[in-house]
Design a protein. Structure first.
Length: 190
């Protein structure tokens, strides 16, 4: 059984690192970050090739981006320039965000927003994609999947299910069945 799971993970890793849809999705996000960082930077350097990051139940592609910022640029300016990320807002940004506002049957709240901190020396943020919010006696779980040319709806749902199962496994030894509300709403567990 362990050998079979290891084989499956390796097959997934090989597929992911060569899949044109996922490589293109990564490239869209990287290109958008570069475009948004460039006006605030003296230089921007990007890792040439995407590399695989393996989490417990999900694997994804990653490339480091390093920028030498212009003097006087601060974390608030960068946050305004980089958010919302193309990974959750889509491209072209305005049209994609208008589509989301018109067609998603729920408000995203802070899902896909920025979570982090700002100090005089440093600012660090991440996008609240796989996350949870505790409200009274409920835990609301959030996850998403990127839809780009070449996306297959069933594969995106499978990806989303894996992401949600990871979140569920963190809060329960025996996760209860969960149900999507309105096809894409955050799950709620009582």
């Amino acid at each position: 059984m362990v050998a079979e799971k290891t084989r499956q993970k390796m097959e997934l890793a090989n597929w992911l690192s060569q899949d044109s849809k996922n490589l293109n999705e990564n490239q869209y996000v990287v290109d958008d970050i570069i475009e948004r960082l460039t006006p605030h930077s003296q230089t921007v350097h990007v890792e040439k090739d995407a590399r695989l990051v393996r989490l417990r139940k999900v694997q994804h592609l990653k490339r480091n981006i390093h920028a030498q910022l212009n003097n006087g640029v601060n974390g608030v300016q960068l946050l305004a320039a980089l958010q919302p990320t193309a990974a959750v807002a889509g491209l072209p940004r305005k049209e994609a965000m208008d589509f989301i506002l018109e067609h998603e049957p729920f408000a995203r709240g802070w899902y896909a927003g920025s979570v982090g901190y700002i100090s005089h020396q440093r600012a660090e943020f991440c996008v609240a994609i796989r996350s949870a919010l505790v409200v009274n006696d409920q835990v609301q779980l959030f996850a998403g999947a990127g839809i780009v040319p070449g996306s297959v709806a069933e594969h995106e749902w499978q990806e989303l299910n894996k992401k949600m199962s990871t979140l569920l496994s963190l809060i329960s030894d025996h996760p209860r069945r969960w149900v999507w509300r309105h096809e894409s709403r955050p799950s709620r567990i009582k």
